[in-house]
Design a protein around this ligand. Structure first.
Ligand SMILES: Cc1cc2nc3c(=O)[nH]c(=O)nc-3n(C[C@H](O)[C@H](O)[C@H](O)COP(=O)(O)OP(=O)(O)OC[C@H]3O[C@@H](n4cnc5c(N)ncnc54)[C@H](O)[C@@H]3O)c2cc1C
Ligand code: HEM
Ligand SMILES: Cc1cc2nc3c(=O)[nH]c(=O)nc-3n(C[C@H](O)[C@H](O)[C@H](O)COP(=O)(O)O)c2cc1C
Length: 1014
């Protein structure tokens, strides 16, 4: 493609941009996204892809702009430098703004300030303005304390911030604006000089103290001055505006306000969606260092650019209906905090003060908070955009003590909260749907209320939903989550009733009469159809139906035969599963539970797979690890179309890197090429052509139509509820439909989350259910629980165990099991009492003693490590003082050198510590903690098929503990989820080894004591 000169947008004016930039940006994006705008004197970069490209290439798009007004107004800060100078300054700023420090130090400050300024807002009374009477002083006082300016008032910070920013934007060269800016510049320097002396004698947690603690040459005083001014300019107005816009958005969208008041976990979605919708920093500048092509437009060397975040965040090629404020929309990476090397350092401070504290406290306290009809809110700005006015009223103030309670007084506990109210009589809970969501909810209820009586129903004779019938056969590591669930069912507390369909075999009313609480976790199984002409033709199959068939689902009667040429529409993870199914070498399924006959029928003839998505790689829906797995398949050639791989350098965008890996894969792997996978980006389906069956799919691209011939088409564009579902999907985001009726899993959230997400959600939901039950006394005249034992067509947990055993015994060599494929076969096996079941695996019997107190500390994503931890606790409990610590909620200070720590950790992401435990890991690595004298042993859980990162998460924890001075004892234990070995058994073997080492130490120590006492 040859680059063209930039189109000129002479119709754009600054007053119009200030009033409402969005229609202007819509047009600029539609016309290519890169324009020369004479009135602004800059090239405006407006499309998501173009903005994104500039953020990752500082060598071409420099932040160090010639003649920068910001440098004149505030001095030369990190924001106007490129690496390596920028990096050194940024590193000096970082320690005070890290998430762990925010949690430990600043959170309490934000809480205090929120209460104080809500008090002042209330005092202000009927003519109060939410921005100027709350958001601004709240953000200013928070920043004052973080910086450590103990000699000034928050109103000084507000004045400095505004005048420094006005000077930065003084393109009109107004002398009065320069004068005000200069005055603030001098005032900041004066106050800073005073505080530098003070902090030497009174070090505290503030930024100024932290800078003083660094070696003098690291941050010379001139750099401190410039960066402090920049932080005053950027650290106050943005959280103020984020809070104001979020409040305005909620007050104007009552349904979304209700949802968040019911489910406080949604505050974070409110915050992120507000930033996407109206980015507080609407535009920042960059300058090109060479001639460069951007989105087909030539930018000459030295070109001054305006990077329009407000516009990129509304790009309709990334977000559907992008102008709508919608906290339930699919999460995609917005650019409000920027990306690349200048990504905002204060993001965690902002999240904490706005999403965790400011907004929840405001809405929790001020009952009936509302807009004022005759004093409308006003929003403005384009370089910075936010609320100019936000007059509000309210009916009553519930006071600081009432905070935390949701609007109806029943606070929904957030995920991970450990204090759970339990009802006085054992709770009776029915869960409909034995997929991951249903099973994790049952598990969480049992953990929080061990007496609870739980009945889990499923329409199929066998449990586990998509874990059994969706997750790919060659991902046995993921499927091994089922082991946890097998342990869940016991006749007394948690019973399974398979083959019972809600609607057909039992009604919701009947369940509600019989149980204190009913949870609907029935998932979403209908494939969404493509909304284009021809989508009804034969030869088109949904990815859900296809993966069910491949997994031996009893209701997928026929097995589709896809022919030679297949078009897969969609770029999500399910589409990636489909591409793997169609292209992986049939010889390469060792250890899986694939049915080879079914695989041959589906994929035996496939030679070409076209996999087509709307977005460019950086905004595609797949996880990079899924694409890398495809890149590693033998005998597969990959061809990539329409991915602009050169705009962003390697190492900056994981999705692009994964797609690059495709283009370099397959060279010389020595395998015969069996299948070609053609990857298409940026194409939207227009129609499907064919007479009696689908013959081709036609797509629209910026360069015209693309027609791909197809023997069959697989659509992987989402899932919808089954027609008979009593609830709308994603209509009750909090999980509570009303007290007594709840929803979980994909039915609750829509078809997005992973299995670990179901586990994370289940904890919060279980706590909410128990809290509701504690508040509402249970009806006493419920039918006896025994009634449910006589439910005619049901299959119980032993029935499932018979199926499981029979399937495993029927496995051919190299396969984990051979699934029974029809309901009749499943029911026959479940009821075949001649199948002798081994005794139930209730966990370890033998108790072991250690002679020292032990803490089992776990880090888990989908619960495997927690299950192992439970077992280790049970083994040790009879003889040893044992405690359990969830590293997802722990801090390094929680580790007690007087106790031996058994660390059990899995690995996620791409060789990372499980998500929840990352703050703990980061805190260890911060260097702020010494753990001398602490002894620990490590059991790593991973999957050897991740060859480069096997068990890496546990190793990262090990390395971080050792770096803090702790000492590892005994052998390193490992479990490979793909090996088929039971993790609990592997952990017990490891524990024996540790026991021997520690036992010997204890004996030596006892001996030494004995010698001393003589
Ligand atoms: C093809 C595919 C592959 C996936 N692969 C992965 C992966 O590798 N890793 C990962 O983390 N996530 C994966 N996921 C996502 C994961 O499967 C979901 O996060 C999870 O299964 C959602 O759990 P759920 O319990 O809400 O739904 P489901 O797993 O669908 O469970 C719902 C259960 O309800 C039952 N049911 C439905 N209607 C009724 C009724 N009327 N009466 C009684 N019972 C009923 C169903 O039989 C089913 O057992 C995949 C999803 C798909 C579609
Ligand atoms: C919602 C609130 C906030 C938003 C939307 C926001 C946005 C941004 C953006 C877009 C940038 C990059 C600008 C550029 O590259 O030119 C940035 C950088 C920065 N922000 Fe924020 N910010 C917010 C809050 C804060 C807070 C509270 C602080 C400090 C306490 C802070 C400190 C910084 C710093 C120091 C940088 C410079 C980083 C660097 O150059 O490496 N920000 N912010
Ligand atoms: C998305 C995903 C990513 C994973 N990444 C890795 C990895 O990089 N290295 C590894 O050894 N195991 C990896 N695993 C395997 C898990 O660590 C393993 O299944 C473990 O038993 C899960 O334990 P948990 O349930 O406690 O999280 C991954 C699993 C999944 C589903």
């Amino acid at each position: 493609m040859t680059a063209n000169p930039a189109p000129v947008a002479d119709w754009v004016t600054i007053p119009d941009l200030y009033r409402d930039p969005f229609p202007i940006y819509d047009r600029l994006r539609a016309e290519g996204g890169v324009h020369w705008v004479p009135q602004v004197g800059r090239y405006l970069i407006t499309s998501y892809d173009a903005v994104h490209a500039t953020e990752f290439d500082q060598e071409t798009f420099s932040a160090n702009e010639e003649g920068s007004l910001q440098i004149r107004a505030m001095g030369h800060s990190m924001l106007r430098r490129d690496d390596p100078e920028h990096y050194a300054e940024r590193a000096a700023w970082q320690p005070v703004l890290r998430p762990g420090v925010v949690k430990r130090t600043w959170r309490a400050v934000f809480e205090r300030n929120a209460d104080r300024y809500i008090d002042e807002l209330v005092e202000r009374g009927p003519d109060a303005d939410l921005i100027w009477d709350f958001a601004a002083p709240f953000a200013a006082e928070n920043l004052r304390e973080i910086l450590g300016f103990h000699n000034v008032h928050q109103t000084d910070l507000q004045r400095w911030s505004q005048t420094l920013i006005d000077a930065t934007g003084n393109y009109a060269d107004d002398p009065a604006v320069w004068e005000l800016g200069r005055r603030s510049f001098d005032e900041v320097d004066l106050a800073l000089d005073e505080m530098l002396t003070w902090h030497v004698k009174h070090p505290d947690h503030s930024l100024i103290s932290s800078l003083l603690a660094m070696p003098g040459d690291r941050m010379p005083i001139e750099k401190i001055r410039a960066n402090i001014k920049m932080t005053i300019g950027g650290g106050l107005n943005e959280p103020r505006d984020a809070l104001g816009v979020a409040a305005w958005a909620l007050l104007s969208h009552p349904d979304q306000r209700r949802a968040v008041e019911e489910d406080p976990a949604l505050w974070s979605a409110v915050f992120e969606e507000s930033l996407r919708w109206i980015a507080p920093i609407g535009l920042y500048s960059r300058q090109t260092t060479r001639d460069v092509e951007l989105s087909g437009v030539l930018l000459p060397a030295g070109a001054k650019l305006g990077i329009c975040i407000l516009s990129a965040n509304r790009d309709e090629s990334v977000w559907d209906d992008a102008d709508r404020f919608d906290i339930r929309r699919e999460v995609k990476p917005h650019l409000a905090f920027s990306k690349g090397v200048h990504v905002c350092l204060g993001a965690w401070v902002a999240r904490s003060q706005v999403a965790d504290i400011g907004l929840p406290r405001l809405f929790g306290r001020l009952r009936g908070l509302d807009l004022v009809a005759d004093r409308p809110a006003q929003v403005g700005g384009w370089v910075f955009r936010g609320m100019l006015k936000l007059p509000v009223q309210w009916s009553s103030d519930s006071g600081a003590a009432g905070v935390g309670a949701a609007a109806d007084g029943a606070a929904a506990p957030t995920a991970g909260s450990t204090e759970t109210a339990t009802p006085s009589t054992p709770a009776r809970v029915a869960i409909v749907g034995a997929g991951p969501a249903g099973c994790f909810t049952a598990q969480a209820l049992r953990r929080a209320a061990p007496d609870a009586q739980i009945d889990v129903f499923d329409a199929l004779p066998v449990p586990y939903g998509l874990l059994r019938y969706g997750v790919a056969s060659d991902h046995q590591g993921t499927k091994s989550v089922a082991r946890q669930f097998d342990r869940l069912f016991d006749p007394e507390h948690t019973r399974f009733h398979g083959n019972v369909r809600l609607g057909a075999d039992v009604t919701l009313e009947r369940l509600r009469e019989s149980f204190d609480a009913v949870v609907l976790a029935t998932g979403l199984h209908s494939d969404v159809r493509l909304a284009v002409p021809g989508s009804e033709l034969p030869g088109i199959v949904g990815a859900g139906a296809l993966t069910r068939a491949a997994n031996g689902h009893p209701d997928e009667a026929g097995t589709p035969h896809l022919g030679e040429n297949v078009v897969v529409v969609g770029h999500g993870n399910v589409a990636m599963d489909v591409v793997r199914l169609l292209s992986r070498d049939p010889q390469d399924y060792d250890g899986s539970d694939i049915d080879d006959d079914v695989l041959r029928e589906i994929a035996g003839d496939v030679r070409t797979v076209h996999v087509v998505g709307r977005s460019l790689p950086s905004a595609a829906r797949f996880d990079p690890v899924m694409v890398r797995e495809l890149a590693g398949l033998a005998g597969v050639r990959h061809v990539v179309h329409g991915a602009d791989l050169d705009t962003v350098p390697a190492g900056k965008d994981a999705r692009l890197d994964a797609v690059r890996e495709l283009t370099s894969s397959g060279d010389g792997d020595g395998h015969r090429e069996r299948v070609t996978v053609e990857w298409w980006f940026g194409l939207s389906p227009v129609r499907i052509e064919g007479d009696a069956a689908a013959e081709a799919v036609v797509f629209a691209s910026p360069d015209g139509e693309v027609r791909l011939a197809a023997d069959s088409v697989v659509t992987a564009v989402g899932f919808a509820a089954d027609p008979e579902s009593p609830l709308e999907p994603a209509a009750h985001a909090s999980g509570r439909v009303e007290p007594g009726l709840y929803t979980a899993g994909w039915l609750r959230r829509g078809p997005r989350g992973t299995i670990p997400d179901q586990r994370a959600d289940a904890r919060g939901l279980a706590a909410m259910i128990l809290e509701d039950l504690a508040a509402h006394t249970s009806a006493e005249d419920r039918p006896a629980r025994r009634e449910w034992e006589r439910l005619a067509p049901a299959v119980d947990a032993d029935g499932w165990r018979r199926v499981d055993l029979q399937e495993r015994l029927a496995a051919v060599p190299g396969r984990e099991r051979r699934k029974l494929r029809s309901r009749e076969e499943l029911l026959a096996a479940a009821r075949d009492e001649s199948i002798a079941l081994p005794p139930r695996d209730d966990g370890p019997a033998a108790a072991r003693g250690f002679g020292v107190p032990v803490t089992v500390a776990f880090a888990s994503e989908s619960g495997g490590a927690e299950l192992v931890t439970d077992d280790l606790r049970r083994v040790l409990e009879p003889t040893t003082d044992v405690r359990v610590l969830d590293l997802g909620e722990a801090r390094p200070d929680d580790l007690d050198p007087a106790r031996l720590h058994l660390v059990v950790s899995s690995t996620y992401g791409d060789g990372e510590v499980p998500t929840a435990a990352r703050p703990f890991h980061a805190a260890l690595r911060s260097g702020a903690h010494r753990l001398d004298g602490l002894r620990y042993a490590v059991f790593g859980m991973g999957d050897r098929s991740y060859t480069k990162t096997y068990s890496r998460g546990s190793e990262l924890l090990d390395e971080a503990l050792a770096a803090c001075g702790a000492e590892r004892v005994g052998e390193y234990g490992r479990h490979d989820a793909g090996s088929g070995a039971d993790p609990v058994e592997a952990a017990q073997e490891w524990l024996d080894g540790i026991g021997e080492v520690v036992g010997a130490d204890v004996a030596v120590a006892a001996g030494a004591d004995a010698t001393r006492s003589v």
